[in-house]
Design a protein. Structure first.
Length: 54
């Protein structure tokens, strides 16, 4: 599978973040998001990527 290939929907091991959990300070938010997954559902499937730097 290539880096831009979509995968089929399945079991989700990572629940969505609640807005209430997110820090309000920009720098704190950036630090909090390191290592988190960004997931997007497209007609072709689900694509995701891990935040590794800000």
């Amino acid at each position: 599978m290539g880096r831009a290939d979509a995968v089929k929907p399945g079991r989700h091991d990572h629940p969505p973040l609640a807005r209430a959990e997110l820090p309000e300070d920009t720098a704190a938010l950036a630090h909090y998001l390191i290592g988190k997954l960004v997931v997007r559902a497209l007609p072709e499937g689900i694509v995701s990527g891990r935040i590794v730097e800000t």
